[in-house]
Design a protein around this ligand. Sequence first.
Ligand SMILES: Cc1ncc(COP(=O)(O)O)c(C=O)c1O
Length: 397
Amino acid sequence: MPTDFDWITDRRGTWSLKWDRAERTLGVPDVIPMWVADMDFPSPPAVVEALTRRAAHGIFGYPMTPPSFRQTVIRWLGTRFGWAVERDWLLKAPGVVPSLSFCIRALTRPGEGIVVQPPVYFPFFGAVEQNGRRLVRNPLAFRSGRFEMDFDDLERKIDGGTRMLILCSPHNPVGRVWTKAELERLGAVARERDLIVVSDEIHAELHYRGHRHIPTASVSDDLAGRTVTLFAPSKTFNLAGLTTSLIVAGETNLRDRIAAEIRSAGFEIGNLFGLLALETAYAHGGEWLDELLVYLEGNIDFLERFTAERLPKLAFIRPEGTTLGLLDCRKLGLAPEALHDFFLKKAKVYFSPGEVFGDELQGFERINFGCPRPLLREALERIERAVDALGKTEKPR
Ligand SMILES: Cc1ncc(COP(=O)(O)O)c(C=O)c1O
């Protein structure tokens, strides 16, 4: 039976960071939350059933994955991306954010430079700096309404002490799905300057018409040897709360060093429910995902149309992938904090402020459109009313 993605499931009071934070922490009730990147859809029925069955068993001791676990992951990566991965290349990990730290600690030394491409998922900054490494910023260029890598700046910024580049692919928050040509060019720089590439591909399956995610490690033999890929079902199948992910490293030396770091952090066994959900999603979630992608693309079309027709002071930057888009709100003329406050307190819609991803996004807000369309419509209508009211309070010049 096709999934009814229009159905609204009440998430309030379910220990949901997304739904309960505005009221409990910020003291603003009745807000539609469209910030943190989880979706308001139940996971695929096969996953819910597998977890329910397992929960009913009642004994939750240490898990040991069956042989089918790795086979399922390999089949998923092969069929979805044409990427041939071997059993030994896979390491189990908790969230992708902890894996960033595992890679940084295992593969670089304190003080060494690590390149990130802001505006970008902000925990990249913390992972570098909190581990005592040097943050090298290679900002994306905003050209004709589209973000692109700035290769000239990248070449200039890399010095003898730069060891690693953390790539976000697809890119949160700008929504780019990097093309083969872009990845090849990045690969050429990595090769020339001998950089390790950590490729965060947590949004890999979420790409839309005309765009196709290409795993960085699949682009060339050289990139396969210097790339560590961080992968998870968390975004795609809405499983982030189960904090289970994978690290894929084809190069033995890199993999062994990361595995030692994971062991030293005491993380080896994993979460029973997270592992079961991961295998079930990759084994049985494909059809659900294909339906989801059509629905999400409908949300993007809706957002684009609504913004163009009814919110002339806002511009929506159409994403090529992820459930995240950017609203360019600079025409509202509000300072960053006032802008965020306006959406939260006047429109009662909770976005992620652009500048948390980098100063490049001052005047922008990130919208998570991974929700039923009626909710998206309600949020946009709230914004329309608030912008109209703002116009009426403006003093005549
Ligand atoms: C690019 C990116 N990496 C990592 C994460 C979080 O990963 P995890 O919850 O597995 O730590 C997110 C969540 O939004 C993300 O967008």
